[in-house]
Design a protein around this ligand. Sequence first.
Ligand SMILES: [Zn+2]
Length: 319
Amino acid sequence: MKTAIGVDLGGSHVTAAVVDENGKILGSHEQDIEEHGVDVVLKATGDMIDAALHDRCADGVVGIGIGSPGNIDLRSGTIRYSPNFQWENVPLGGRLRDRFKEPIYVGNDARCAALGEYTYGSGRGTRNFVLLTLGTGIGGGIVADGDLVLGTAAGAGEIGHHQIRARDGFVCNCGKIGCFEAQASGTGLIRHALAVRDSFPRSTLLERKPEKLSSKAIRKAAQAGDRHALTAWRNFCGDLAIGVSNVIAFVNPQVIALGGGVSTAGDFMLDSIRTRVDELTTMVPKRETHVVVAQLGNDAGPIGAATMAMRGGFKTPLT
Ligand SMILES: [Zn+2]
């Protein structure tokens, strides 16, 4: 059976997986990275690919796909810029081609995850699909009429950076005010909790230092009925609903899948946004887009990167 190596360059680790043509992970190798210097990340990436290639299950490897943060020149595999890694014009594809004989494909990590979910997860069987990953930021990928949308300079799908609160929102890492990512990512949930803390002086969430507050702790406290957490959760979900309804207006997909840490709240999250999404869906028929939780979790990245390699790059028909 054909296999491909799918690599996910995360903020804190590099994962390389052997994936078969049914989207199944046959073996996986992971290394932590403590800093994002080009040579450090390249060495860890090369070592993990080596480990995957030597895996017993790595028969018939047709290519190596790398999902990297940032905007990427898909032809050369050069990272034009990545704010997360503080990279500019890093020839990732070129450097890896010097080391490996297998074909190398480099694509944005969120687009890879969307491709993985579309092919093997929550988007299977649809033609119009959007993945939104609610993590430290918001990553996204759009499949329209069976085609992964890349845009003129591979920038399509940067849904996290459309502004939803340009006047009164939080400052985004990109410098703009009130981006969807600033308001409705895991980090956004923390910001919402801190923004209303003065109204809840006896909140249990404030027993820990602000920098120790996690989106998971807030979500759990909200589910347990804590008033401070519930207020933050409602504000967060209000902003999430704005972004989701905007995506419905832009793309009118059959399915929007929400992934990332916050999405582990499952129905608690979906129930919290459903009514507001319906209210904000005006010129598109209501309730035609199913908002669901993504299915592949952290595996979406490596599976999608391997799928990209298996197809010879993003721009082949996805069927
Ligand atoms: Zn932004």
